[in-house]
Design a protein around this ligand. Structure first.
Ligand code: ZN
Length: 259
């Protein structure tokens, strides 16, 4: 399987020097193309106000460049939207699920608790803001339970219908109720897209380091604090084993290392 590392959404939140990225994966498999996260798509670019609420736009300051959309980068490689059969989402936040409507033939895989949180009619104001309904219009979802077999000490959802055995969901609950990592067994070994389980590469290094604005962001956007913090510890441990290449969604240095 060939894995491409894409940036599908540069953002320039205040106080974060150099900005942040939306690190997505485009995977070429025998059964077609698979995307992991979709950043921002053509709908956000052409009509930001129709999808993203004013506060998110102010806090994230997304660049919204058509050249960064997943569909643009898929077509640049000679494929079409219809070649993307499956999309796995780490979670449904608006900077991860933005491109879904650009791939009408894809089945979108999420944890069941994530879709339930996003579609709950009584969700909190914060959850209404982070999960804009427009991004999910006409999208075909397939949900999965956060349980499964052992993968490097984590519980992993394996044998996802239509996907090769080398692509797994690795639940990392905390940032949102159904947040998950996505593991891919690439030609260069195991990759783990950890989504927003952490925001800055130093968080899972030993000794850990962080920058203030991103530490604050992690706190302000967390849903289940204890589980989030315990998952950062587990990722730190996994990193010391040196067997899995771990990266998060928003660190530009991690993306540059892998792209
Ligand atoms: Zn995010």
């Amino acid at each position: 399987m060939k894995v491409h590392h894409l940036n599908c959404g540069t953002m320039r939140p205040p106080l974060v020097a150099g900005g942040i990225v939306a690190h997505c994966l485009l995977i070429e498999t025998d059964q077609g193309l698979v995307l992991v996260d979709t950043g921002f798509g053509t709908h956000e670019v052409s009509n930001p106000k129709g999808t993203l609420d004013p506060l998110s736009r102010k806090l994230l300051k997304p660049l919204l460049d058509i050249n960064e959309t997943a569909i643009f980068q898929v077509e640049k490689r000679g494929y079409g939207a219809e070649d993307v059969r499956h999309i796995l989402l780490t979670h449904l936040d608006m900077d991860h699920a933005g491109g879904l409507r650009d791939f009408p033939n894809a089945t979108v895989h999420v944890l069941d608790t994530e879709l339930a949180a996003a579609t709950n009619p009584n969700k909190s104001a914060k959850e209404r803001m982070r999960f804009p309904e427009a991004q999910r219009e006409g999208v075909t979802f397939e949900t999965h339970k956060a349980e499964g077999e052992d993968w490097f000490g984590f519980q992993a959802v394996k044998n996802i219908p239509g996907l090769p055995d080398d692509i797994l969901m690795v639940p990392l609950i905390g940032h949102t109720r159904g947040h998950t990592g996505i593991a891919v067994n690439s030609a260069d070994g195991w990759l783990l897209h950890a989504g927003d389980a952490y925001f800055y590469r130093g968080e899972i290094e030993t000794p850990p380091s962080n920058i203030f604005a991103l530490k604050l962001t992690a706190r302000q956007t967390e849903t289940i604090r204890e589980q989030r913090l315990s998952n950062v510890e587990r990722l730190k441990e996994l990193k010391t084993r040196g067997e899995v290449e771990i990266f998060c969604a928003h660190d530009p240095v991690e993306l540059a290392r892998l792209a």
